[in-house]
Design a protein around this ligand. Sequence first.
Ligand code: ZN
Length: 331
Amino acid sequence: MAAKKQLMKPATQKVVKDAKPTEVEPRVISDEEYRCTCCGHKYKKQETNFGRSKSPIYKGNNGFVSICKNCVAELYEQYVKFYDGDEDAAAERICQITDMYFDLDIWASSRKISESRNGKSRNRISTYISRLNLSQVDGATTYSDTLVRRWEANVENAPTVEDVAKNDDIQTPEEVVRRFGVGFDAGDYDSMQYEYQDWVKRYGEPMDKRQEELYVSICFMKLNLRKLLQKGDSNIGTAANSYKSQIDAATTEIEDRKKKAEAEKQLSPLGEMIRDIEEFCPAEYYKDKKLYADFDHLKEYIERFMTRPLRNLLTGSKELDKEFSLSDSEE
Ligand SMILES: [Zn+2]
């Protein structure tokens, strides 16, 4: 009788009010499969089976090439045969197919690594892909960058300014190559020339050779700084400091010279004449023959203020300077 009573009325169980069971979070394991577009194999993981890519054509594929690593290696072998043993051509073809940047330096270094690991260059292209992803090749990521670099190398490889002038493929103006010297690529010239023009805009056309050299050296330093930064070079601090002090020194000097030139200009007309000669290239005077003939008005000066008074003194004439004599028509 007592046991039956207990079954009908169970003892009150202790519960935790704030610990009621809630929904169960799924374990973070994707059941998605990644099919290789070449062999059709389905992989569970992209990270280990496909090469990473920065090409926009793989952006929607989580940034992975759609051909598996096995297939890329296999395709490479096939293309080596196709190009009659030319590994460079085969690698470049793989880069075209997968929209990858083809960097000759990394490709060369991948040979050594592949050989030292297994004695033959079988997985050389796989080594290349992982090396390419590790190193930041100045922002070069796709095969288009290979073509851009090749185009830019036209000017980079020109041995003289004359060769630059003769080569119609080179778009960098001869004047720019002459200013900065040969041996830079088109992108370098563009950024240095942009910087140079910026200095001209802010501080004026160089008054002389020295000022031009100041501008040019600042452009060099800025380019160098940018390259160190892109490489993640540890010397960046030193380079940044010397760039800053060069700018400080240059701006102080240019401003001092400007002030000095202004003062000289006010002091003597001769100063203005010198400034004019420095500011305008002689070609200006060739165009205007009259200007060139007596551009400093020295002849006129001599006539008006030396010959005329002397003539008056010697002959007793009363010829006035043209500034003070009124002609009939002006009366
Ligand atoms: Zn595959």
